[in-house]
Design a protein around this ligand. Structure first.
Ligand code: ATP
Length: 228
């Protein structure tokens, strides 16, 4: 089974790549950001802790967490960012662990199937691969959850431009958010595979295809592959 840990910097193209892997290869995609949002749903114990820490003003009139206000606090204060991550990361890790357990059990249920069913299952669907999108894969020490790590790379200038365009951030806000994470260069150092998204979408997706094919023929563990 392959559990691909997809990471990168903010706005480098993780979602673009994971959407492609889902649409073209039908791989399930599990996204840390979705679990992170789940963690702070109204009524959740973690949201209760956040309110206790920041006060009732951190809640919008509709009962949801005011993510924008919280972002302004934590992206300007490392200590607060660390505190918040400590509340949320264990929940996110637990969700991944549960998914992995369930996925392994589901994919091991061959006992009551015919040999033909089993072989067609293995050869046609590639369904023993899952993509885990984890922006803080290295920072949150979640690499033990995956069998290979991919970093999606783009230049700092491209990150800034994409964030300004997509999220309507100011240049300063974009810089601040990018600088709060481990540097992209360090992530690339740590990755098994670096996918370069500093050019066109077409070139990006060709590299993704290469990475999938490369991995099918090689055990990536401990290797470094740059697909440029
Ligand atoms: P985040 O860290 O915020 O979740 P992300 O890493 O998932 O971001 P995407 O959402 O995939 O990044 O991409 C960021 C923005 O850049 C999107 O609007 C996307 O359409 C655009 N984008 C990504 N790759 C390219 C590319 N090669 N050329 C042009 N635009 C791109």
């Amino acid at each position: 089974m392959r559990f691909i840990g997809l990471t990168g910097g903010i706005g480098t193209g993780k979602t673009t790549v994971s959407n492609y892997l889902h649409q073209s290869y039908q791989f399930p995609v599990w996204d840390a950001d979705i679990y992170g949002r789940e963690a702070v749903q109204p009524g959740s114990p973690i949201l209760g802790d956040i309110v206790e820490h920041y006060g009732q003003n951190i809640i919008l009139p509709n009962g949801n967490l005011d993510r924008q206000q919280l972002g302004e606090i934590v992206f300007n204060n490392q200590k607060e960012l660390h505190w918040l991550e400590q509340q949320i990361h264990p929940y996110v890790r637990h969700r991944f662990e549960e998914n992995i357990k369930y996925f392994i059990i589901k994919n091991s249920e061959f006992n009551d199937k015919t040999f033909q069913q089993i072989t067609s299952y293995q050869t046609t669907s590639q369904n023993s691969t899952v993509v885990l999108v984890i922006p803080l894969l290295f920072e949150a020490k979640m690499t033990d959850l995956v069998t290979e790590t991919w970093v999606i790379y783009s230049t700092l200038q491209q990150q800034i431009e994409r964030l300004i365009k997509r999220d309507r951030l100011t240049e300063k806000q974009a810089y601040t958010r990018i600088n709060n994470q481990m540097s992209l260069a360090e992530k690339c150092e740590k990755a098994d595979i670096v996918v370069d998204n500093s050019s066109t979408l077409d070139i990006l997706l060709k590299q993704v295809d290469s990475a999938i094919a490369y991995q099918q023929n090689n055990s990536v563990s401990g290797r470094k592959k740059n697909l440029n």
